[in-house]
Design a protein around this ligand. Sequence first.
Ligand SMILES: [Zn+2]
Length: 457
Amino acid sequence: MGNVLQSVGRHAPTILTFAALAGLFWWGHHSGWRLAKPTVEPAHAASDAWCPEHHVPEQACMLCKKSLSKELAAKEPARHRTAGEQVRFAQIASAQVLAKAGIRVEPAIITSVAPRLRVAGETMYPPKSVARLGSRSDGIVRQVLVQVGAVVPAESLVAVVETAEVGRAKSTLMQTVTALDLARTQARRARVTVAAGIRTPADLEEIESRLRSAEVAAFDAEQALRNLGLGINASSLSGLDAASLAVRLRHLGLPEGYDDGGSANLLPVRAPLAGTVTEIRAVVGEAVEANAPLVVVADVSTLWVSLPVPAGRATQVAVGQAVAFAPAAGVAADGTVVAIAQAADPQTRLVTVWATVANAEQRLRVGIFGTATITTGAAMTAALVPAGAVQFDGDQAYVFVRRTETVFRCLPVRVLAREDGRLAVDRLADGDVIAVAGTAALFAVAFSERMGAGCCE
Ligand SMILES: [Zn+2]
C-alpha cells in the first residue's frame, strides 16, 4: 500500500499544515484566545491562567503538564496502543476554537473493504481466438458465403476468390505430374535395356537424372498449391490421363458439387477456427490483395480487455485477480486478469494488464471503452473515512480520534484502499468518533514541537 500513500504527495500536506497552523494562531491572536476561556471550559474557570505557549488553559495544558498527557495516554484502548509508538494528542483551547478552526467530527463507519484499482480499458479479441481471413493471392472476390453474426464451425468455407495464380499452379502441377510419369516410364525401360546391353550406362545416368529433375519439379508444383492453401499429394495423381487430372484439380479445395461457373481459378477461403463472423470486408466483384482480411471470424464468448495501469501500481496486480468491466454504454461483465506486460511503456510509464471478460451473450463488442475495477486483495474490515479525515506525514497517515471535547488522539493508521475520494484505514472501530474536517489544524497542534517557537507577540 506504500505507493497509495506516496501518491498523495509529500509536500502538499506540509504546506497545508503550516498554513492551517498559522491560520489558527492568527485567529487566536486577533479574536483573543482568552475570550473563549471562562464560559466554555468550566473546568478551567477556577483559574484565569492561560498557557501562553500552547494557547490552552494552563490547568489543562497537556504539553506543560506531562502527567495529564500520561493519564490520558493510559486510558487509550488496547487497539490504539502499540509498543514503541509515541502517543500524541492534539489539544484545542475550547469548543469554540474547534468550531472556528473548521474541525468537524463524525462516527467512523466500519465496513468490509477490498483493495481495488480502477483503470480505463478497451475490449479486444482474445489473441488466439480471432482469425482474419484473406486470400493467399491477389484476385477478385467471387462469392461471400457468410453474414456478420453467423456462427461457423472450424474449416467452413466463408468466401471464394478467383485468382489466376491458382490456375497457373494447377496447370504447372498437371504438367509436372505428366512429365514425372513419362520420366518414370523412360527410366524403367532404360534400366532393362542397359541390363540387356542395348544402351550404355551413361545413357541410363542421363535418364535417371531427368527423372530426379521431374520429381523435384512435381514437388515444387505441389508446394506452390499448398502455399495457396490447396493441399494435394502429387503422388496420388500419378498415372492419371490429362482429362482425369483436370477433373481432379478443377474443384480442388471446394465442396462437392460447388458451381465453379467453368473456372479452374477458384481459391477457397476457410475459417481455421469455430466462431462468430464479426466483420466482412469482402465485396463480390472487388479486387483484393494477397492476405488482405476479407472476413474476421472470432470466438467472442470471451473477450479480452487491455488495461493500462500506472507502473507504480502494477505491482499490486496479479494474474487471477477479479476484474469488473463496465463499458461506457452497455452491460457490465466480470472477468479475471490473465496476463501482465513484462515492461512499462517507455513513454507513458503504463504497464498493460489483460483480463478476460465473459461475453456468452455477446453483449460486448470489440473496441469498446469502459472502466475496469481490479480487486487487488482480499476483503478486510476497515473504516471508510473521507479524504479530509486523514493527514499525511510522508508515508505515514494519521486520523484524529476524539477523546474529550477538546482533545484528539493523533492516531497513526495504514491506508488500505482508496476509492471515490474516501480512504479505507485500519485501527478504527465502531464507536470511534473522528475528525473529518479541519484535520490539518489538529495535525499542526499534535506536531507543534516541529514548528519551533514560531509564535510571538
Ligand atoms: Zn502549555
